[in-house]
Design a protein around this ligand. Sequence first.
Ligand code: PPE
Length: 305
Amino acid sequence: MKESKYIWKNGALLPWKDATTHVLTHALHYGTGVFEGIRAYKTPKGPAIFRVEDHYKRLHNSAKIYGMTLPYTVKELIDATKNLMVENELESGYIRPLSYYGYKVMGLNPKPNPIDTIIAAWEWGTYLGDDGVENGIRCKVSSWTRLDSRILPPLAKATANYANSALAKMEAIDCGYDEAILLNSNGHIAEGPGENIFIIAQDTIYSPPASDCALMGITAQSAAKIAEDLGYKVVYKSVIRDELFLADELFFTGTAAEITPIREIDGRQIGNGKRGPITEKIQTAFFKAVKGELPQYGGWLTYCK
Ligand code: PPE
């Protein structure tokens, strides 16, 4: 990975290589952490962080689900992130805030441990490849089931949840695909291991609701807003695997994945086997919006300086 100069930890900027943790850190053993993924984009007015307030509100919500009280407010985290981007001299980048139970005592109850918070930021290109963004990726419906709220809370962006995602991702890659799609325990489509999914059929756009165990994605909300502004109807409803096969177009959304078309599922070509025309329209507007080129979406951007 491309290292930056500093990582923010508990209020101080540390040199990248010094931002370490004890091997008996609670979260390392038990997955007791919550995190975010945020992107900042290069604009004529310097780096702009995309929907940063929404991301930090979600971090607080994830913490609430896990009964953690974060020691920093949304505003404090935003200010720290802006400063980190400036000190790291980044024009754009991926930002990874993480709050986790640190090192004090072992055992399952995390509460006696301190809550440590870090924010890292570094340059990160496309998540599923430049070619994927343009021409689409190939996905496999996973043999792993997306966790549900009887197992682990799917609406919390918690580190523990990502063991499920990692298993699905590894399986997809081992089977020669680019990415996985997880069903929930009712057999409905939930999402990718790190992405929300959108289905386009007869000019209507569908996406699984939160009640089907999809994370409430901020990129998904942005893509839906753009789609509605372009005149399309967006419907949140349960989707089954067959509907993926029969879709005209499919795409993933996510902070890391941005908007990535899906051109194949389980060996079946989707639509024309390329990025579909509606996906392309939404994607084009999204990439303009994040770079500050569409004034109607200017409220999504927070400038660092
Ligand atoms: N679902 C999951 C499970 C998920 O992890 C993400 C983000 C999304 C949906 C999309 O949410 P949003 O980023 O708000 O649009 N996944 C993050 C982690 C990826 C990683 O590999 O790490 C991300 O995209 O930053």
